[in-house]
Design a protein around this ligand. Structure first.
Ligand code: 9MR
Length: 361
């Protein structure tokens, strides 16, 4: 592989210019001026890779620059929140698809594919469901039917419009044992195979994914997914992909074996994807931290480009303006490709350069 400095020099020579929508104001970190030329999605298409972003649908409706950049830079979108169970079925049997449908329409209008997120999780469940389970008014048999109805209804609603679905989200703990969620507690471990079977029956074209964090490298948690994938596929359960969220922190130390991890899933005939990449830091940001962040983004993307069955690379929002990070991690942030003013950070340039220079194996 060419050295990083070689590739950087080659990139400068290629002089790939970017369009950042309406001209961004100068960044505190000196992001490049807006130029005319190519975009992340054009570069990714040449690599046979989808480049995606999570979308905050409130921002999409209210912020022109956000909307322009979402359409221009990405060819895959994921609903950050509006396809989650609490959003689509706030009252039992009463579905509200308005926000999710608006995003799908936006995507279709802009020639973008949609990743579905997520059918089965332990978070953002509707209160009627968690309360019903807690007070015993929904017993295990009924819960199984409720889950089946939810998955079937949602998959049918979006049938043919979603290319990859995060069917089960975050079902393992760090030590590789199944998370003690209400699903495991009430239904036992078979709920996972059931979820995939029900999803596939309702939309046979969609590729069905596991999705989790802290599974970038080979570790007990990612190995638990690997072992489960082996077993499920042997049993004929339709599980097609492994989603690696990629919520990192520049202080973590870059996870080892990312490419080897992707390769072992490819060896099973499965796809993989980076589904929620952001790389946070302790604020304030400075040049050294941003350089480190850029390198971590580059290395994740590099691993994906090196494995043909890694089919999409999605960032969890592209601007620091709407990131979930500062609300969750005290004193941390600046995790995205662009700053709050939409100026490109070194991480944006790193992703762009990597897409421009590399040829997939
Ligand atoms: O970014 C999402 C944030 O707006 C929500 O408040 C939060 C609620 O749990 O979920 C965030 O998205 C999560 C995703 O659905 C699953 N992986 C972790 C993401 C970050 O918490």
């Amino acid at each position: 592989m060419a050295s990083r400095s070689f590739r950087r020099a080659a990139s400068a020579a290629t002089a790939v210019l970017i369009v950042l929508g309406a001209a961004p104001s100068a960044s505190a970190f000196g992001g490049p001026p807006a130029g005319h030329g190519t975009t992340l999605r054009k570069l990714a298409a040449r690599q046979d890779l989808r480049i995606g972003t999570a979308v905050d649908t409130a921002a999409l409706a209210s912020d022109d620059r956000y909307r322009t950049l979402t359409a221009r830079q990405f060819d895959s979108v994921t609903a950050e929140n509006v396809m989650k169970w609490e959003a689509v079925e706030p009252e039992r049997g009463v579905y509200d698809w308005a926000a999710a449908d608006a995003l799908v329409n936006f995507a279709q209008h802009n020639g973008q594919a949609v990743r579905g997120h997520t059918l089965l999780w332990h978070n953002q469940l509707p209160a009627w469901l968690t309360q019903g389970v807690a007070d015993g008014s929904i017993d295990a048999a009924e819960l199984r039917q409720v889950l089946r109805a939810h998955i079937t209804t949602q998959m049918k609603h979006f049938r043919g419009k979603i290319y990859q679905w995060d069917v089960v989200n975050e079902v393992f703990d760090e030590d590789g044992t199944l998370r003690k969620s209400l699903w495991l507690e009430k239904l036992g471990p078979s709920y996972i195979a059931d979820a995939f079977r029900w999803a596939h029956a309702a939309d046979p074209q969609a590729k069905l994914f596991f999705n989790d964090y802290n599974v970038e490298g080979i570790n007990p948690k990612s190995t638990a997914y690997y072992d489960l994938a082996v077993r499920l596929r042997r049993e004929g359960v339709p599980v097609h992909g492994f989603g690696i969220q990629g919520h990192l922190d520049i202080g973590y130390g870059f996870p080892s074996d990312v490419q080897a991890n992707l390769e072992r899933f490819a060896g099973l005939g499965m796809q993989s994807a980076f589904t929620e990449v952001d790389i946070r830091m302790t604020l304030p940001a400075d040049a050294a931290k941003l350089a480190r962040q850029a390198d971590d983004y580059r290395r994740l993307l590099d691993a994906c480009l090196n494995v043909r069955r890694c089919t999409s690379f999605t960032v969890w929002g592209f601007t620091d303006k709407y990131s979930w990070v500062p609300d969750t991690f005290d004193g941390q942030g600046a995790a995205n490709l662009m700053d709050e003013e939409y100026a490109a950070k070194p991480a944006f340039e790193a992703v762009r350069d990597e897409l421009a220079e590399r040829r997939r194996r």
